[in-house]
Write a protein that binds this ligand. Structure first.
Ligand code: NAD
Length: 291
């Protein structure tokens, strides 16, 4: 096995840098504008992972000076009540960004809810208008996780132009928008998924390999071209033999770090960037209001 190890794409450090920049911008703009940027995170039920994500987002907002207008609803809230809340937030001038924490309980129609969010307050970039803008290559609010991946690559001066990028996973949250963003910067893009034949061969042909599946150990060292850039979007909670739990991605980190040239750690890679992009989207909407 080669002794060389991949350089880590440090999402945590970059997120801290971006958040420090945002803090300064908020401090400079708030006195003239009379209010800080505002984000409303809507959460339904008590899913512990969702609760942790929401806490994380609200903590990050507080750290940079973005006001939180989040609401927490019981698991049995009717669809109509949530839709009314979103309409209220759409009208509220203090709120620049709105997001609905997914997944939602079964009885709720998440697509219908996301469609209620005003596109210019769509902090998660998942409204069809913003996804359509991405498809057309027009400016708009971009989905946070794929935007975070792109920002992380840019920070390390990795230019996808002309490179073969393979994205494993085709969700509307990560895989599809990320493939479009890579295409936008002139990568040659392949999307692989659960029905792809010979995933290993497809993965091995990648200069930039992104795993966004949710399956620990999916990407092994044998699936990585020597020198490839590997981005691990997966977040999986696993338990070791002693029953202690920890977070891992979709990539076999210990082995792949000896094959790849760059690699994102989990945690501390893409996840940290997702929150930073959410704050940045909120700032973008805030700035657009005062143009
Ligand atoms: P999803 O379940 O909606 O989509 C998973 C995708 O993986 C599907 O398109 C499916 O076709 C593909 N897939 C499933 N099994 C496969 C296999 N054996 N081989 C190849 N492809 C396969 O999940 P998602 O919402 O896109 O999330 C994917 C992962 O990314 C999860 O672990 C999730 O927790 C994580 N995630 C991380 C962040 C972050 O901030 N880092 C944000 C969102 C999601």
């Amino acid at each position: 096995m080669p002794s060389q190890t991949a350089q880590l794409l440090d999402g945590k450090a970059l997120a801290q840098k971006l958040q420090a920049e945002l803090t300064q911008q908020v401090q400079a703009l708030q006195p003239q504008r009379g209010r800080p940027p505002g984000l409303a995170v809507l959460m339904v039920g008590d899913n512990p992972a969702s609760a942790a994500y929401v806490r994380n987002k609200e903590r990050a907002c507080a750290a940079v000076g973005i006001a939180s207008f989040g609401r927490h609803f019981p698991a049995d809230i009717p669809q109509l009540a949530l839709e009314e809340t979103i309409q209220e937030m759409n009208q509220d001038d203090r709120v620049d960004g709105i997001l609905v924490q997914l997944p939602l309980p079964e009885h709720l129609d998440s697509v219908a809810l996301l469609n209620q969010i005003a596109p210019d307050k769509d902090a998660d970039g998942l409204h069809p208008t913003n996804l359509g803008r991405l498809m057309r290559g027009e400016p708009g609010l971009r989905s946070c996780t794929p935007a975070g991946v792109m920002r992380l690559l840019a920070e390390y001066l990795i230019d996808p132009k002309g490179k073969h990028a393979v994205v494993i996973g085709r969700s509307i949250l990560v895989g599809k928008p990320l493939a479009l963003m890579l295409l936008e910067v002139d990568a040659t893009v392949t999307i692989a998924h659960s029905r792809s034949q010979d995933l290993a061969a497809i993965a091995r042909s990648a200069d930039i390999l992104v795993a966004a599946v949710g399956r620990p150990g999916l990407v092994t060292a044998e699936m990585v071209k020597p020198g490839a850039i590997v981005v691990d979007v997966g977040i999986n909670r696993v338990s070791d033999d002693s029953g202690k739990s920890r977070l891992v991605g979709d990539v076999e980190f210990d082995a792949v770090q000896h094959v790849a040239s760059y690699l994102t750690p989990v945690p501390g890679g893409v996840g940290a960037m997702t929150v930073a992009m959410l704050l940045q989207n909120t700032m973008q909407s805030y700035n657009a209001k005062f143009k």
